[in-house]
Design a protein around this ligand. Structure first.
Ligand code: DQA
Length: 148
């Protein structure tokens, strides 16, 4: 199984950035833990963090035929990007949307996502563990024959 992990803008600042909201772990630490977890689950995990919308879109487009599942924390693009939505629709690869913070307990503008209604699932408010839950869910959904 091949899973692409995408992290959007400002997530390279984890550890320094509003730690009371996003936690103390850095992105390299989180990715290291996920890579180890993926290995245990026999998954090839590829990671990209970018502050640039077009780089995230290019990575999604290039996943066609190359990735079985996408785990994405789109950062603030969650709330603004029709283009990332369209990229995900165009490749039709199942994805889970992850947020470290509980976006529903914060500013009103964070409550709307351009991705949630087309996601397989959404995980928010559980910190870095959310990525691990997404990984486990992706693996179990891909290794189970759909019943419908
Ligand atoms: C975030 C939530 C977004 O609202 C915010 O813009 C981020 C991080 C999260 O992981 O909690 O950059 O996606």
């Amino acid at each position: 199984l091949r899973i692409l992990l995408l992290n959007g803008p400002n997530l390279n600042m984890l550890g320094k950035r509003e730690p009371q909201i996003y936690g103390a772990a850095t992105l390299p630490q989180i990715v290291e833990g996920l890579t180890a977890h993926a290995k245990e689950l026999n998954v090839t995990l590829t990671h990209l963090q970018s502050n640039a919308e077009h780089e995230l879109i290019n990575a999604i487009q290039q996943s066609l035929g190359q990735q079985d599942f996408i785990i994405i924390n789109p950062g603030a693009y969650t709330h603004t990007s029709v283009a990332i939505r369209d990229a995900l629709l165009s490749v039709a690869i199942p994805f889970i949307e992850v947020h470290l913070s509980n976006v529903h307990a914060r500013e009103e503008f964070r409550r709307h996502s351009y991705l949630s209604d087309i996601a397989k699932g959404v995980i928010c408010g559980l910190g870095a563990k959310g990525y691990h839950y997404a990984l486990e869910s992706a693996v179990s959904s891909l290794s189970t024959i759909p019943s419908n």
